[in-house]
Ligand binder design. Structure first.
Ligand code: CO8
Length: 258
């Protein structure tokens, strides 16, 4: 499939999605988010894809929702279309592992999109922010919720109320990103990390992701119960037998995603 606002490329079992509106700093227009959702629908059911890396350009991962498109919308326009949850939340619901590889600006909806991925690897020039308040609105794609869970109330509140940006070093210190890499190594590092994940059993990786995400939705005892049930269910897979037999036989496992 070809798209106008994104590029999808396969690297072995990893799909690399590049947001591709460089002149608008990858502002997330309705067309772009629709295409992203469509691409994810295809990748989710493609058995040859085990992980996804989402990235932008060197200058901008994404500078937010497209302000020029949004500016004249009425309350009824956004309410009736349920702007934006339907398409934007797609990547948060994607069942295979996702990595956001962020260089440059990740602002507003761009920061929210990165936070919808399973984790963020940042280039040393990355800048994160929720500047919606400076244009008379508030984060609308989970920024007040995911940022607060990731970096805590104090820092999230300051960022949402002042609109200030956080550089990569502060973002790593605050727990927003897993690590910082030189900008020219961002894609290769993210792909290498995704390939490592893709070398595991895909269904087991999906269960691991499901279990970690559950921690954000339920109480500790419910989360541990959920984890235990999934842990038990791994013993119904061929890949658990293969993984543990390979360890005993001192050889690398050959997972079959079964
Ligand atoms: N929307 C539309 N166009 C944009 C956006 C944007 N968010 N960001 C940048 N652009 C465009 C600029 O208008 C400019 O276009 P043109 O050349 O035609 O004038 C081009 O990209 C380059 O931008 P700048 O000239 O401004 O580049 P600078 O390097 O000077 O500045 C900045 C870079 C600091 C990133 C600056 O562009 C900026 O502040 N952008 C806006 C950031 C922002 O406020 N983001 C939040 C948007 S609101 C939002 O995301 C709400 C999300 C709610 C949920 C999701 C709903 C969909």
């Amino acid at each position: 499939m070809t798209y106008e606002n994104i590029i999808v490329a396969k690297h072995g079992k990893v799909a690399l999605i590049t947001l591709n509106r460089p002149k608008a700093l990858n502002a997330l227009s309705p067309d772009l988010t629709r295409e992203l959702g469509e691409a994810l629908d295809v990748l989710e059911i493609d058995p040859t894809v085990a992980a996804v890396v989402l990235t932008g350009s060197e200058k901008a991962f994404a500078a937010g929702a497209d302000i020029k498109v949004m500016k004249d919308w009425s309350y009824m326009d956004v309410y009736s279309a349920n702007f934006i949850t339907a398409t934007w939340e797609r990547i948060a619901k994607f069942r295979k592992p996702t990595i956001a590889a962020v260089a440059g600006y990740a602002l507003g909806g761009g920061c929210e999109l990165a936070m919808m991925c399973d984790f963020i690897i940042a280039a040393d020039n990355a800048k994160f922010g929720q500047p919606e308040i400076t244009i008379g609105t508030i984060p609308g794609a989970g920024g007040t919720q995911r940022l607060t869970r990731l970096i805590g109330k104090s820092k999230a509140m300051e960022m949402v109320l002042t609109g200030r940006m956080m550089d990569a070093v502060e973002a790593e210190r605050a727990g927003l990103v897993t690590r910082i890499v030189p900008a020219d190594q961002l894609i290769s590092d993210a792909l290498k990390t995704a390939e490592k994940i893709a070398s595991m059993s895909m269904p087991i990786a999906m269960m691991a992701k499901d279990a970690v995400n559950r921690a954000y939705e339920v109480s500790l005892s419910e989360g541990i119960h959920f984890e235990r049930r999934l842990f038990h269910s791994t013993f119904a897979t061929e890949d658990q037998k293969e993984g543990m037999n390979a360890f005993s036989e001192k050889r690398p496992p050959v997972f079959k995603d079964k």
